[in-house]
Ligand binder design. Structure first.
Ligand code: G1P
Length: 298
């Protein structure tokens, strides 16, 4: 029997070149959706799933992430002195109660699989662990994606990965899963396949719960697509040894915030859902009388 699921690995070492110039001096995980950095949404999603130990796999240029979840005595003292208790409460709410952080460095950008492997010494041999990719925001009106997956994990006690349909011409951007229609048992995984080689249009979204065996397999996983050590390749090997289930995130919506368009969509939709800003922002958008824009000539 595995230990309780309490640890999550969050790879944040990537330099965010897709988002330059914004990410030259600011970690991409610190870009804000409405009024919170992306990473804050991710940490709260993990905490909702019962995660108490967050492991950042990070880089020397990403100190702002750890600072965001640390206390800031000077700022707190100023807010108390000025009687700005609502702002103090906002600051205190950044880090969920009972969540601890540790950081490990990824010394070289050798791929997502390699990033996860950098945390291997923190995961005990009998411990399952979650992985959350911080580029992907998962909105659900009632219960976060990882919390739903953790509940499902409690019934199956084997690896569970979030899956989502994407258009067939987009499959080359993602890990793609072949699954059984009955129970979403995964039987094939391919990283960024050509459409003609894809087993389906079900993409791996960026939320995973793994048995500890995955970490062992990563140790011997060779570089794959793009010359990088791919998480998907280790997962594909795991399929030869253990059962893995796909998890369909129903009634929710994902936003790929590593992509400029996805990031803009997230900002607009999260602002519209915001209890304080939503109504006014909706009125503002309506007032724009947006006309359909002409497409640029190719
Ligand atoms: C990574 C994974 C891929 C997954 C994707 C989800 O790719 O390698 O399997 O589908 O995240 O966002 P990346 O976006 O780092 O290229």
């Amino acid at each position: 029997m595995y230990a309780k699921l309490t640890k999550a690995i969050i790879p944040v070492a990537g330099l965010g070149t897709r988002f330059l110039p914004a990410t030259k001096a600011i970690p991409k995980e610190m870009l804000t959706v409405v009024d919170k950095p992306l990473i804050q949404y991710i940490i709260h999603e993990a905490a909702e799933a019962g995660i108490t130990d967050i492991i950042f796999v990070t880089h020397s240029s990403k100190g702002a992430i750890e600072n965001h979840f640390d206390s800031h005595y000077e700022l707190e003292a100023k807010l108390i002195e000025g009687g700005k208790l609502d702002r103090l409460a906002t600051m205190k709410a950044i880090t969920p109660p009972n969540v601890n952080f540790v950081s490990v460095r990824q010394p070289e950008a050798l791929g997502l699989g390699h990033a996860i492997l950098c945390a291997a010494h923190i995961i005990a041999p009998n411990e399952p662990f979650a992985v959350l990719l911080p580029d992907v925001l998962m909105h659900h009106p009632r219960k976060g994606c990882l919390a739903q997956m953790a509940e499902y994990y409690e019934t199956v006690h084997t690896s569970v990965i979030a899956l989502e349909q994407v258009p067939m011409d987009q499959v080359n951007k993602y890990g793609i899963a072949g699954v059984s229609e009955v129970d979403l048992r995964v039987h094939q995984l391919v990283e960024k396949p050509k459409p003609e080689e894809a087993p389906s249009n079900l993409s791996v979204v960026g939320r995973y719960i793994f048995t500890p065996r995955l970490m062992e397999l990563l140790k011997t996983t060779k570089a794959g697509v793009g010359g990088e050590i791919q998480l998907t390749d280790a997962m594909a090997t795991l399929l030869n040894e253990e059962v893995m289930f796909g998890f369909e995130f129903k009634d929710g919506k994902s936003y790929d915030c590593g992509d400029k368009l996805g990031f803009l969509r997230a900002n607009i939709e999260y602002a519209l859902r915001d209890p304080n800003l939503g109504a006014a922002f909706n009125d503002y958008l309506a007032s724009l009388e947006l006309k359909p824009l002409k497409k640029k000539k190719e």
